[in-house]
Design a binder for this molecule. Structure first.
Ligand SMILES: NC(=O)c1ccc[n+]([C@@H]2O[C@H](COP(=O)([O-])OP(=O)(O)OC[C@H]3O[C@@H](n4cnc5c(N)ncnc54)[C@H](OP(=O)(O)O)[C@@H]3O)[C@@H](O)[C@H]2O)c1
Length: 290
């Protein structure tokens, strides 16, 4: 099965030195399916992680602020997968501040960002993080120089291998690139959320990984008559699989990280890496309102 996923999902060279299968996994839903809970069964979440790695996933997206009660995504990852497979890339985000009771604080400044990196290293049991994103607040327009500079300093210290940006515009991307190389961008993107193609275009041109979040967008389920469900029925697969295959078809730099707390959904999502949509399918999907 590993070989099947790796063949279907050929490696993308993250930052020029970390080969990852294009279909990754997002860990946000491991502690709880919804942020407000209830908590998931830790054994089920561990089974999802084990199955992901077994099927060839080697890019897991996480954050220290993905927790519910005493259960955190990072702890689940470490408890389940440590000692880690040599080729496993763990990507982490810093930026938001979350209090132990689950409430959100003001966005992090340089000191809180550094604390977030140290906490992540500790929780994951690693000496260096493969990829750390500065997660901006959606629609923020202030300068990121001080915060990105703080992460660049941690990279220079050897605590971070590669840097990324999340919720970025092309202008913010360019600003960050004047400080340090940007290896990956993580923005919301999916069949129903295609506004601002400029960031994806910039990533494609420069070979920067584009990691879409919410690419399944399960909240906005369309009516059965629409192209998504029609095409899914034609291929005999789930609409989720079509959405992920569509996302991957948009650019070779797209590395989806669908999140799930279900082994069956995980297997469905990974299978999307092997689904090639025909030109006609893509043309029909282009008509989906977004
Ligand atoms: N940078 C940011 O600001 C940011 C924000 C949000 C998330 N993220 C990252 O992006 C990752 C993905 O986001 P996400 O998990 O919220 O959204 P998503 O991947 O778009 O969708 C997850 C939702 O879809 C369901 N699902 C998953 N696979 C399915 C399938 N095959 N069929 C039907 N339903 C399916 C899941 O429920 P089940 O558990 O029942 O499968 C869950 O409710 C997160 O895990 C996190 O790492 C980043």
């Amino acid at each position: 099965m590993t070989t099947i996923h790796r063949k279907a999902s050929p490696a993308f060279l993250l930052g020029g030195d970390l080969p990852v299968a294009r279909m990754g996994f997002g860990a946000m839903r491991l502690p709880a399916r919804e942020i407000a809970g209830p908590a998931n069964d830790p054994e089920t979440s561990a089974a999802v992680l084990r199955r992901a790695v077994e099927l060839g996933v080697n890019h897991i997206d996480t954050a220290w602020f993905y927790f519910h009660g005493g259960l955190s995504a990072n702890d689940l990852i470490r408890r389940t997968l440590h000692p880690y497979p040599e080729d496993l890339v763990l990507a982490a985000k810093v930026g938001p501040v979350r209090n132990p009771d689950g409430s959100w604080g003001a966005p992090a400044g340089p000191r809180e960002l550094a604390a977030g990196v140290h906490r992540t290293l500790n929780e994951l049991g690693r000496d260096r993080l493969d990829l750390v994103y500065l997660r901006l607040q959606p629609d923020e327009d202030g300068s990121l120089a001080e915060r990105f500079g703080a992460l660049a300093a941690l990279r220079d210290e050897g605590l971070i291998r590669h840097l990324g940006l999340s919720n970025t515009t092309t202008e913010q991307l360019a600003q960050a690139q004047r400080i340090a190389p940007v290896t990956a961008v993580q923005n919301q993107y999916g069949l129903f959320h295609r506004q601002d193609p400029a960031v994806l275009d910039a990533c494609t041109r420069q070979g920067i990984a584009f990691v879409p979040f919410f690419s399944l967008e399960t909240l906005g389920r369309p009516e059965p008559a629409d192209p998504l469900n029609r095409i899914a029925a034609r291929h005999g697969v789930s609409p989720a699989r079509i959405k992920l295959a569509w996302t991957m078809a948009q650019s070779p730099v797209v590395l989806p990280i669908p999140g799930t707390s279900s082994v069956a959904h995980l297997e469905d999502n990974i299978a999307a890496a092997g689904l090639r949509l025909a030109k006609g399918d893509l043309a029909e999907l282009a008509t989906v309102p977004h």
